[in-house]
Design a protein around this ligand. Structure first.
Ligand SMILES: NC(=O)c1ccc[n+]([C@@H]2O[C@H](COP(=O)([O-])OP(=O)(O)OC[C@H]3O[C@@H](n4cnc5c(N)ncnc54)[C@H](O)[C@@H]3O)[C@@H](O)[C@H]2O)c1
Length: 461
């Protein structure tokens, strides 16, 4: 019997080797079974809130700006503030007072003071701007207390944490959104509207990245947490700025889904040296490569390239390139639109067939203005630019999730977006640490990725 089994296995291997079919090499991760009685939260709506009461946890560079920004959002009020550093709580309290807002309740003094904030009755949303290690525990606890969670990017860095957020959002029926501001930059939103009008044909490939030399920032992160994350973890540690806007164009879990990815990185040429600069000691075990590339395949046969580089002195870029069957849009290094296009009276011959026409500057703006962004009014755009936050996109982001909560509408960015965009971190690592093997991307909706067709913003009647 044993001999027969061996023979069959050898025959199967030989058959595979002789056929043209590649031997299966895709790495798979566990997809936890959805707990009984629990349903997906696609299109989740919750009771409309006239006023959205917000507790902000983490008041460093990002959180302190958020507190101030939220004071300009109609219907939003900050009712609680938390940071382990008491001076930061005091500074944000002063920012509220300077804006004429009522004082918020304060939480500080211990590493888990945020639990009190999550339990506070007049908090509807827990807005999390801590270092990465606190995102998930705070978000989970907030949802368990019946609050919605709004989490800075990247919300989570491990599959275990991502599945915990998905399962908890589904069980508690609370929103768990990711604060991916880059989805609300004006060029990206305009291109999304243009793509949805069919102007570039079928979008078939997208690129997005986080290329940002963090040299001037490393020392500013509380307790050096950001460099430590790069020391410990390999893979693309910050994929959501690049992937988010491309994912909306590609309708991920709204008619398409990511199926497989492959990743590759460089050695940490500069990363290891950065430890020496900050701690006076080089780090031979520094994990994150200076440059990481991840290539993703979708169910519909499209591709997405995501890159990460926070270590080299290259120009800031989120790449954002959308390739369509009949057109192209690119944000970096310069904003460009391009179409296969002929002009009246133009000679068409072997040399001109396939020629494309490129639009930049005012000509590009005119093309884009033909496709208005449904969530923007001239007043909102002007206010966003005045309040600021990366040129206004941070304001539009906060305005949008508050608007959706006030009107009982589904979120633009739901927990499955969070899961899909964040999973690039652990899956790129898995690919890299296994000789760049392809890795299957789990379906975080567990079967519902085709339930909605096409990304759209929800709007009140
Ligand atoms: N979307 C964007 O454009 C953008 C830009 C910058 C940072 N971020 C994200 O924002 C988050 C914060 O980054 P940052 O630059 O403000 O870092 P930071 O180090 O300036 O701020 C983190 C804050 O969290 C506080 N904190 C740490 N542990 C805490 C705890 N247990 N309880 C309460 N507070 C705690 C720290 O004291 C600090 O004030 C990160 O997730 C980062 O990736 C996003």
């Amino acid at each position: 019997m044993k001999l027969r089994t061996l023979f069959l296995a050898a025959a199967a291997l030989l058959a595979a080797a002789c056929s043209n079919k590649p031997v299966q090499t895709v790495l798979k991760t566990d997809v936890p079974v959805r707990p009984a009685g629990q349903e997906n939260v696609i299109g989740l709506t919750t009771e409309p809130l006239e006023t959205v009461r917000i507790g902000v946890v983490g008041l460093g560079m990002r959180g302190s700006d958020a507190v101030e920004r939220l004071t300009y959002v109609p219907g939003a009020v900050v009712t609680a503030l938390c940071d382990i550093v008491p001076e930061r709580v005091a500074a944000s309290q002063k920012a509220l007072a300077d804006r004429g807002c009522p004082a918020a309740k304060e939480y500080t003094g211990s590493d888990d003071a945020w639990k009190g904030l999550c339990e506070q009755e007049d908090v509807d949303v827990v807005y999390i701007c801590t270092d990465w290690s606190h995102h998930v525990p705070v978000a989970l606890y907030a949802m368990e207390q019946g609050k919605h969670a709004a989490v800075e990017v990247p919300a989570a860095g491990t599959l275990e944490d991502i599945w915990a957020l998905v399962n908890t959002a589904e069980r508690t029926r609370r929103h768990c959104i990711m604060l991916e501001n880059c989805c609300y930059d004006f060029f990206e939103m305009s291109v999304l509207a243009m793509v949805q009008s069919g102007a570039i044909g079928e979008p078939i490939h997208g690129e997005g990245s986080y290329q940002h030399n963090l040299d001037p920032f490393w020392k500013a992160y509380q307790g050096n947490w950001r460099l430590q994350e790069n020391q410990k973890n390999r893979g693309d540690l910050y994929p959501t700025h690049g992937l988010g806007p491309v994912a909306q164009v590609m309708n991920l879990h709204r008619g398409d889904r990511m199926t497989t990815l492959v990743a590759m990185d460089t050695k940490p040429f500069n990363g290891a040296k950065m430890s020496e600069t900050l701690y006076g000691k080089a780090d031979a075990t520094f994990a994150a490569g200076d440059q990481t590339c991840t290539l993703i395949q979708t169910e519909k046969g499209k591709t997405i390239l995501v890159e990460h580089d926070v270590m080299t002195p290259r120009p800031y870029s989120r790449m954002y390139q959308i390739v369509g069957t009949d057109g192209y849009a690119s944000k970096y290094p310069m904003q460009v639109l391009c179409f296969r296009e002929f002009r009246e009276g133009e000679e068409v011959n072997a040399h001109t067939v396939g020629i494309e026409r490129t639009y930049t500057g005012d000509a590009m703006k005119e093309k884009l203005s033909a496709h208005p962004v449904p969530i923007l009014t001239p007043e909102l755009e002007a206010l966003a630019k005045e309040v600021g936050g990366h040129g206004g996109m941070d304001y539009i982001m906060d305005y949008r999730w508050v608007y959706c909560l006030r009107n009982g509408l589904p979120m633009d960015i739901d927990v499955y977006d969070l899961a899909e965009w964040c999973c690039v971190t652990p899956l790129s690592r898995l690919s890299i640490e296994n000789g760049n093997r392809p890795v299957e991307v789990p379906d975080f909706t567990r079967g519902a990725w085709n339930q909605v067709q096409g990304f759209s913003y929800a709007l009140a009647q």
